[in-house]
Design a protein around this ligand. Sequence first.
Ligand SMILES: *Cc1c(COP(=O)(O)O)cnc(C)c1O
Length: 367
Amino acid sequence: MQVPFLDLRTQFQGLREELLPEMTAVMEQAAFIGGPALRDFEAAFAAFCGTEHAVGVASGTDALQLALRAAKVEPGAEVITAANTFVATVEAICLAGCKPVLVDMDPETYHLDIGRIEAAVTPRTRAIMPVHLYGDPVDMDPVLEIARRRDLLVIEDAAQAHGATCHGRPCGSLGDLAGFSFYPGKNLGAYGDGGAVTTNSEAYAAHLRLLGDHGSPKKYHHEFLGTNSRLDALQAVVLAAKLRHLPAWNERRRAVARAYAERLGDLDGLRLPRRREGFAPVFHLYVIRSGRVQAIDAALKAAGIGFGYHYPVPVHLQPAFRELGEPGRFPEAERGAKEILSLPMFAEMSEDQIDYVADVVRSALTA
Ligand SMILES: *Cc1c(COP(=O)(O)O)cnc(C)c1O
């Protein structure tokens, strides 16, 4: 048996009949940028996230960068985020002209350690960017409490967390703004790049629309420096169709996670994602942790099972971001990076595939 890390081909076969007529309609109308397809998707996505507004942009990276710009987080301002995240979180902060200030990982949740946020605040801090890593919601109440007290904005990196909830409230609706990615492999993935910003602020949403359209409120008039960052109509119809399936897909991912837990929960030296009361993750990734991750790696490879590392190198140890901290600066993130591994996780996984992956992991650790 072969088990891919993610199976978008099988997903497409289930969507073909539904998607192709809608994509064809966009092409027949030659309405590729903006228009009703985009507005419909934005309205549906905002409703899904429980926000007043969703604004489509070109990628998750742009969503975070433009969220900072729309909220007038000025160049030079400091933005606090996690040392263990995908580089795009930190890239977006830099691209907005701001200075990322990293916080070490909480070894319990793998989120940024909320207890360390306050010590990272300086007079130049303007925002906190918590990352709902792996689709597991950050405990936002204490983050929002710090933000309120220190007069900081909260911009969620919700790129992995479409549909996840924190005390019943969806990720994307918890801060002042949130950035989502529709990269194909995300829980809600386009057939290309895409992203969105969600917010309850009419002013932020209006500014975002202009930012992504060359700062142009009307034809031949450019009010301020913008860029080209739009979600195109073909992607919007793909995403609108997939959004109708997303609740069921997320439910299925949770079932896969439960199945893994049943099969692997008793193994010594293996840490599975923890359940936390009040939080409903969507398992963008199913990340296990073990001191014997190399043995698991070798066994999965030999068994034809896809897997990944998210992420094997903390941001401050990447050559591009060396100025954010010397080696040893974020010990929990550095230790975690060496011990984590992401197992296959997708809604279309069969029981046989889950059994096979679990058996291979079990024998790697009991051999
Ligand atoms: C995917 C991702 C991004 C960036 O999204 P793109 O659409 O790839 O630009 C940002 N942050 C996190 C945590 C991500 O996983």
